[in-house]
Design a protein around this ligand. Structure first.
Ligand SMILES: Nc1nc2c(c(=O)[nH]1)N[C@H]1C(S)=C(S)[C@@H](COP(=O)(O)OP(=O)(O)OC[C@H]3O[C@@H](n4cnc5c(=O)[nH]c(N)nc54)[C@H](O)[C@@H]3O)O[C@H]1N2
Ligand SMILES: Nc1nc2c(c(=O)[nH]1)N[C@H]1C(S)=C(S)[C@@H](COP(=O)(O)OP(=O)(O)OC[C@H]3O[C@@H](n4cnc5c(=O)[nH]c(N)nc54)[C@H](O)[C@@H]3O)O[C@H]1N2
Ligand SMILES: [Mo]
Length: 746
């Protein structure tokens, strides 16, 4: 199957239309017209910002799929559940479950029962409250959040959870950019990126590291296209030469569909999986040499004035051996030298990164090396330069800003307690990985999920499913059916909520919510479609209902009032969270407002007030003879655990997601034929995990590496393999062995 030469183009338009048709055009088309419009709703896809200068161009093929998926005409209602018991549903794939349509009424599965039955909202909420109140300790409950949740729902949720008495607020960020937050807080004193779209208008180099924007942030291609047309250089650092960032045809430009499209990345540095620290150290060592030779490469004035730790950093770097670095990076010394020269010549550099950087046991080290790289040339706090961790879910960054965090700061808790007249708990709560451990060990017995698909998104699928299954109760606030809803809890409550694209009318009238994108812009989002069913409730209303059922009646929080009129939630936010002053007023201005990011003015909120150079250790990749280092990636046709089809169009792989991609020479050395069915076995220390029945495919992957898809390969990712500081799972560096299927295995 041929790979695509350019992202976007006519094919993207065809695919969009096809997907809309599958979901029933009636609801999808008006919905698409409203995505990311000033008067519309925030795209439920990724967190890339919309360009205020191009408001009518801003939706993409994959955003359209996300909208069409929630605008489907299909319904998972009581009729559906009368036909489908839990055991029958358990044998269906995740793609099939998601494809059954929208959840439209509250359902319960009672202990010991195989059936989901309808239940009224009052009784469902009362039951959740009853079980939560019966717990000996508030820490016995886990409250997970996925990143589609609005600021308003997230704020109410963390308030409820803390008033209940715990900081057990794990979220998908723990699986995603936690390494970025932890790494950047240590180096720059801020947990998010510092650049805006305007910086892309003046940058002269953009490094795209461990990211596949063609599939996962398609609107970023428009930004890169504009930059490339002005002569800005784009370099991709990635084991794969992702076709989605090689060339781009803008689907909305009159001539964009035809021709070859704009060349985006001019250079692909094919680092080996897990080799980024070695590569970046090699580049920075070369920069020191160039500076010795020509001067003017290292920004010594910036380093003197604004940073600390430079001497120790430089000395550690000089002590490293260049050949070792090149070998660990899996690239030649010449390539390292050339990359260093490109960077040294660029006046203004932006570094973008995503999961290829964060999801390693050395995820924080990766992020800190990127920060070191920027600091060396003073590429922080001036136009056209800076770090740009590209977020995943559309409001994952906002959820964290709202306090969805297991390790909240004292200042945040003080402000929250003062606003609502209670003493929030100070003990840290569980991250996502720690939540699995707590459930597995019986320390936690209630799981509440505000969106997401915990069982499929986390590592070590069978172990996580077992841990979830040990809970006495699971409560899921969700739009569509997924595996977690089936495996969690002896008793299960399914609470169906409105989707982002749907109208939300409360007692206080029509409501809008707000989201924060990857560049810290806070904007309003107002759903316009008719709700998928009359019983659906908004996330803020459901959270308020849970709070009223679970908390003692005498709390000072006016849950009813807050969830009736989201302006009241925003007023509370404006008093609790810095940067949200006059929230209601400013968010009503077109384009919303931008949250402060002090490093833009070279102010660093670290103990010393300076940015830090960090000496990150060179990771020891634990790969033995005969093993490959596996990374797991998304295809072009999924949104995380929601799989739309079995195709991965840009990479030219169709009709199968249970594949393992490796270099043709590795295939040959292993004695495996192209297309052969193989079993995979991963190793952590001496423990092994198996996943049977993957099809081996030759692909342009660096030698010694293997690529599989998320979530099919998650049973191979060990729960214990995570970054020590950020607890981000090492989804992108798992040592595996590949074996031909034993004779007799079908
Ligand atoms: N359509 C769509 N959009 C999405 C999503 C989706 O599933 N579908 N998911 C959303 C979410 S939550 C997120 S977090 C983002 C994810 O967006 P991305 O981070 O772009 O997604 P991934 O496919 O996980 O992997 C990114 C890239 O990392 C590379 N890579 C793998 N290992 C390494 C390594 O060791 N080093 C380097 N340098 N690169 C490596 C892979 O080849 C791949 O190109 O997208 C968001 N947007
Ligand atoms: N192997 C491997 N595993 C990974 C990754 C990887 O790269 N490799 N990436 C990780 C990353 S970056 C992330 S972010 C996580 C994602 O982890 P999650 O965020 O937990 O997973 P999603 O698949 O995004 O969740 C999909 C579900 O959310 C629900 N949903 C959708 N829209 C809404 C809504 O508006 N409201 C509510 N309440 N529910 C809604 C639907 O029921 C849907 O089934 O996965 C992680 N897992
Ligand atoms: Mo993510």
């Amino acid at each position: 199957m041929a790979r695509e030469r350019a992202a976007g183009g006519l094919r993207a338009v065809v695919e969009t239309a096809r997907h809309a048709l599958r979901s029933g055009l009636g609801r999808a088309v008006p919905a698409l017209a409203r995505v990311n419009q000033v008067e519309g709703f925030d795209c439920p896809g990724c967190a890339w910002p919309e360009d205020p200068k191009r408001p009518h161009l801003e939706f993409c093929e994959n955003g359209a799929k996300a909208v069409a998926h929630e605008a489907t005409h299909k319904r998972v209602d009581r009729d559906f559940f009368s036909r489908w018991t839990r055991s029958k549903l358990l044998s269906q794939s995740g793609q099939w479950l998601e494809g059954q349509g929208r959840l439209v009424e509250p359902m319960v599965r009672r202990p010991g029962s195989d059936r989901f039955e309808p239940i009224s909202w009052d009784r469902a909420l009362a039951r959740a409250g009853e079980v939560l109140r019966s717990l000996g300790e508030p820490d016995q409950a886990i409250f997970y959040t996925s990143g589609r949740t609005s600021n308003e729902a997230a704020f109410l949720y963390q308030l409820f959870v803390r008033a209940f008495g715990t900081n057990n607020l794990p979220d998908c960020s723990n699986l995603c950019h936690e390494s970025s937050g932890t790494g950047l807080t240590g180096t720059l004193g801020i947990g998010k990126g510092t650049v805006g779209l305007d910086d892309f208008e003046v940058a002269d180099l953009v490094l795209v590291v461990g990211q596949n924007p063609g599939s996962n942030h398609p609107r970023m291609l428009t930004t890169l296209q504009q930059a490339a047309r002005r002569g800005c250089r784009i370099v991709s650092i990635n084991p794969l030469r992702e076709p989605g960032i090689a060339r781009f045809k803008h689907p909305k430009e009159p001539l964009g569909m035809l021709g070859r499209g704009t060349a985006l990345a001019e250079r692909f540095v094919r680092v080996r999986v897990g080799g980024d620290v070695a590569l970046l150290k090699g580049v920075m060592r070369e920069l020191l040499r160039l500076d010795e030779a020509d001067g003017d490469v290292i920004d010594h004035a910036f380093i003197r004035e604004h940073t600390e730790g430079y001497e120790a950093f430089r000395d550690a770097l000089l002590a490293l051996d260049e050949d070792t670095l090149a070998r660990d990076a899996g690239v030649s010394r010449d390539e390292i030298r050339e990359l260093a020269e490109i960077y040294a010549r660029a006046e203004r550099t932006i570094v973008c990164w995503a999961m290829g950087i964060t999801q390693h046991r050395h995820g924080v080290a990766n992020v800190q090396e990127l920060s070191n790289l920027l600091l060396l040339r003073g590429n922080v706090g001036r136009p056209g330069a800076g770090p740009c961790p590209v977020r995943g879910h559309s409001n994952v960054q906002g959820d964290r800003t709202m306090g969805i965090y297991e390790k909240p700061s004292g200042a945040f808790l003080d402000a929250l307690g003062a606003e609502f007249g209670f003493e929030p708990p100070r003990r840290h709560g569980t991250s996502t990985i720690e939540a699995v451990e707590a459930m597995a060990e019986g320390r936690a017995s209630v799981f509440v999920g505000l969106g997401g698909n915990f069982a499929a998104a986390t590592p070590d699928t069978p172990r996580v499913e077992e841990a979830l299954g040990r809970c006495s109760l699971a409560v899921h606030v969700a739009t569509t059916l997924n595996r977690t809803h089936l495996v969690a809890g002896e008793e299960t409550l399914l609470l169906p909520c409105l989707a982002r694209s749907e109208r939300d009318v409360r007692h206080g009238g029509a409501q809008f919510v707000t989201c924060e994108n990857s560049m810290a812009v806070v904007q309003r989002s107002e759903g316009r479609l008719d709700p998928a069913g009359p019983e659906l409730r908004s996330e803020p209303a459901i959270v308020a209902g849970l709070a009223r059922a679970a908390l003692p009646a005498d709390t000072r929080v006016d849950w009813e009032g807050l969830s009736a009129d989201y302006d009241r939630v925003r007023d509370a936010i404006s008093r609790v969270i810095p940067g949200f002053e006059r929230f209601n007023e400013r968010v009503r201005e077109p384009g919303g407002f931008v949250l402060p990011r002090p490093p833009r003015e070279r102010r660093f909120d670290t103990p010393s007030g300076r940015a830090h150079f960090v000496v990150a250790p060179l990771p020891e990749l634990d790969v033995r003879e005969g093993e490959l280092l596996m990374t797991t990636v998304r295809t072009h046709d999924q949104f995380n655990t929601t799989v739309y089809s079995l195709d991965d169009r840009y990479r030219g792989i169709r009709g199968d997601r249970r594949v393992v991609l490796l270099h043709a020479d590795d295939l040959r050395d292993l004695g495996i034929a192209e297309g052969e069915l193989v079993d995979l076995e991963s190793r952590f220390g001496e423990t092994r995990r198996q996943a049977p029945g993957f099809r081996a495919r030759a692909y342009d992957v660096p030698r010694g590496c293997a690529v599989t898809y998320f979530p099919e390969a998650n049973p191979l990712v060990p729960l214990e393999a995570f970054d020590a500081e950020s607890k981000t799972p090492a989804y992108k560096s798992v040592p595996i062995r590949i074996r031909p299927r034993a004779a007799g295995d079908a």
